[in-house]
Structure formats: C-alpha cells, structure tokens
Design a binder for this molecule. Structure first.
Ligand code: UGA
Length: 439
C-alpha cells in the first residue's frame, strides 16, 4: 500500500485516483472545485464513464479513496503526487499551462516532506524541467523532490480497462531512483515499462497521439479516393490491417477525429515544431484532412437533398465518440452549426451527451429516442457510432421519415442492405452503388 495524492479530478485524474485505490493504495484526490468534490463524496461523477461510479463508490467505502479541496490534506501522507490538471489549447495551438503552474506552486508551498511529483497531464516537451524549476523557486524551505513524467494513454469511454491493461508504461526522469519507485507503483499492471529522460517521455505522448490521428486522416483520405474509384474503404482497411506492420486499429474512416486530445495535441506538436523553425508538413495535412472531413459529410447530404434550407435534419449521436458525454471538438458541432446557419431545423438524439450538447447548441431539438428523432425528418446523419444505433429497426425508421435519406458518417450500416430497404444511402468511402454512383 502506497500513499498517493492526485491533483485534478477530470478524466485522467479521476481514473488515476480510482484505479490506483482499487489496486490497494490509499489515494487522496484534490480538486479546486468545491462542487465537484462535494458531488464526488456523494459518488456523483463529473463525467460519464462506464463503470466509474461503481469503482469510486466501492473504494470510498473501503476507505482507500478520498476527495478534498485541501492540498494540506492531500499531501499530508503522500509519497507520490500525480498532477492531472487540464492543459487546454491556448493561442496558436500552444498548450495553456496555467493550471499546471498553479498545481506546482501550491505543491511547493504545501509540501512538508520529500515527494515524487509525477506529471500525467499532456504537456509540451520541456514542461517537466519547468515544473521542477517552479517547485525549487516557490518552496519556502528546500525539501527534496523529484519530477517524473508518466504520460497517460487511456481513451475516454474505455478509461478503466485502458488503465488496467496498458500496452506500456512510459516513465521519464533524470532521477533513476524516483523513476524506479514510480515503476513499482505500476508493476501490478504487468505492462512493459520504458524509462527515458523527461523530454523523451513527454515526446512519446505527443508522437503517439499524432500518429493515431495520422492513421485516421490517412484512412479518411483513402476513403475519398475509394469514393471516386469504386472501392470499399472498410474492406481496404481490413485488408491492410492484417499486415502486422500496419495493424487494424484506428483505421476506421468516418467524420474525422474530435475530443479533448487529438485535435489539441496535434496542434500543440505542430506549434512546437513551428516555434523551432521546423515546418510540420505532415501534421498540417493531418489537421487539414480532418477539418475537411466534416465538410465532406455535409457535402454528401447536400448532394442528396439539395439545399438544406427549410429541411428537417436529424443527427444520430452528438458526443465526439461513443460511450462518453464529452462534446469537446465534437464533429457534430460543425455539422449542426452549418445546418442551423443554413436555416435547416436541426434535431438530435444522443444517449448521454444531450445535456452537454444543449449548452453549446441551444437551437437543437432533442429527441428521446432514435425513432422519435427520425419522425418527419428529411434526412438522418449518423454522427456518433453508439452501439444502440447498430441494430435499429431500419424499416420503422424509414417509415416514419419524410424522406428516407441516410448519411452514415460512421459506416455503421451495409450500403446494399440500406438501399434494399429503400434508403438513399451514403457512407464514407464505400464504393459505387448499382448505378455507378458513389456511396
Ligand atoms: C485518445 C488516445 O486514443 C488515447 O490513447 C490518449 O490517452 C487520449 O487521446 C489522450 O491523449 O488523453 P480519446 O480522445 O479518448 O483517446 O479517444 P479515441 O478513442 O482515441 O478517439 C479519438 C477520435 O478519433 C474520436 O473522435 C473517434 O471517433 C475518432 N476515431 C478513432 C476515428 O475516426 N477512427 C478510428 O479508427 C478511431
């Protein structure tokens, strides 16, 4: 059993706190938001994440997991402190480090004994050294500490299983003893542990996210070529994926990536390259393809329906991906805003993101289920690949729509099956229909 303090209870912080406590450690999680902490004490989660509330409740009951707004309480017994605060995009795509600075300064002012400070927030390369300097400069009296970078690779919607089954643990530090102690904490996860210097660990995180985003933009570009040549991108991706050098994951063509990580991290990496006079040619293309992909979906709709003015369009799903209520950089925003600006009526259904979505797009007309959504619609667009959309009664959907037009921006359905049901159907990169038209 180790004593751990976690600063920040967003996605990464809450998962880190809950999962480390579940491994038998004592974890005190600190957040500056009184409301968040009060809610967590009552097992009310700040985010929707499958399995999280059960995990938090169980570990609170076992007296291994505590929430507080007080750094004093958080650091009282801690040997390790994880910084898991947000790093939003600032001007020019630069990561905004104000919360990391606040956390480092407060740790420095509060600590009464030696600490290992572990950075889990995604931060620009060089931030570990910067945090170290802040702590040195802010400490009223010198107390030993070490900074270790331990980037997080978990996905929203799969956070708990990703934490418990990592592909690798990356640790960066110039202090080998501290890195070894953090490695001990991760041993129960039985993943390969890579120990590097601080900057290399920070770079591994950016390079990994940028590579995954590149895979997505790559397959979206291939999808567009498939549409012109009559090939099916789903089969192309499957055929490529059997090659172990390529792998079959993150090759799903669709509406492009969103969320709080890929858009921000690719931009931040490009910014770091630019600042140092390196032209980030590939990263720039990845971002451009991603932006265009959202517009590409809108073009598909317009090709089928003509002008959207006065039409009723239903969005199946709003969250940036399935199994989350996160609306950050969600492609649905670009699509809905466009439709609204062009005087369409925009309806939507999402199993969990409706509340968050309405804050951003108050004009949305929310439905209680997919069938209510479809009723009277001129077209439906599949924006988020929620599982519950895969087995809809599509005959019923067709019958309640005003026009049976379906833009499947996540390739959930089989084009021929949809056409057989009488839908005018377009997926992403699915080749030609029987009349030589792209689907
Ligand atoms: C991503 C990474 O996958 C995690 O490893 C990383 O820890 C995390 O960012 C982070 O930096 O915190 P996340 O943003 O939760 O995780 O979601 P992903 O599952 O990676 O999906 C990102 C976006 O890409 C979503 O919009 C998703 O719909 C889209 N996507 C994903 C595709 O369009 N095609 C695919 O084949 C895969």
């Amino acid at each position: 059993m180790k004593n751990i303090c976690v600063i920040g209870v967003g996605y990464v912080g809450l998962t880190t706190a809950a999962c480390f406590s579940d491994l038998g450690n004592k974890v005190v999680a600190v957040d500056i938001s009184e409301e968040r902490v009060a809610n967590l004490k009552k097992a009310i989660m700040p985010i929707y994440e499958p399995g999280m509330s059960e995990l938090v409740e169980r570990n609170m009951q076992a007296k291994r997991l505590f929430f507080t707004t007080s750094y004093e309480e958080g650091l009282a017994d801690a040997e390790f402190v994880f910084i898991c605060v947000g790093t939003p995009s600032g001007v020019d795509g630069e990561a905004d480090l104000r919360y990391v600075r606040q956390a480092a300064e407060t740790i420095a002012k509060t600590m009464k004994h030696p600490l290992i400070i572990i950075n889990k927030s995604t931060v620009p390369v060089g931030t570990g050294d910067w945090v170290s300097n802040i702590v040195h400069e802010t400490q009223p009296n010198p107390i030993d500490f070490a900074v270790v970078s331990c980037p997080e690779f978990l996905r929203e919607g799969a956070a708990i299983s990703d934490f418990n089954n990592p592909d690798r643990t990356v640790l960066g530090s110039t202090n080998r003893e501290a890195a070894d102690k953090v490695a001990q904490l991760h041993l129960p996860l039985r993943a390969p542990i890579i120990v590097t210097d601080l900057r290399t660990a920070e770079m591994i995180k950016y390079a990994s996210n940028a590579f995954l985003a590149t895979k997505i933009s790559f397959i979206n570009e291939i999808a567009r070529v498939c549409e012109s040549l009559g090939a099916d991108v789903k089969e192309v991706a499957a055929g490529m994926g059997y090659d172990k050098r390529i792998g079959n994951r993150f090759l799903e063509a669709g509406i492009g990536y969103g969320g709080s990580c890929f858009p921000k991290d690719v931009q931040a990496l490009a910014h770091m390259a630019n600042v140092h006079g390196k032209h980030p040619q590939l990263l720039t293309a990845v971002m451009e393809i991603n932006d265009n992909q959202r517009l590409h979906v809108i073009r598909k709709l317009e090709e089928m329906i003509g002008s959207v003015e006065g039409k009723v369009i239903g969005l199946l799903g709003l969250a940036f991906k399935q199994d989350t209520d996160d609306m950050r950089e969600a492609p649905s925003i670009t699509v809905a805003d466009y439709l609204h600006e062009h005087k369409a009526t925009v309806r939507a259904y999402d199993p969990v993101a409706a509340e968050n979505a309405l804050k951003l797009m108050p004009y949305l007309q929310m439905s209680e289920d997919p069938y209510e959504l479809a009723t009277g619609c001129d077209a439906l667009i599949v924006v988020t690949p929620w599982n519950e959309f895969k087995q809809l009664d599509m005959e019923r959907v067709r019958d309640v729509m005003r026009q049976a037009i379906l833009v499947d921006a996540r390739n959930l359905y089989e084009p021929q099956a949809m056409r057989d049901l009488g839908f005018a159907y377009r997926g992403i990169g699915r080749g030609y229909d029987g009349n030589g038209e792209p689907v």
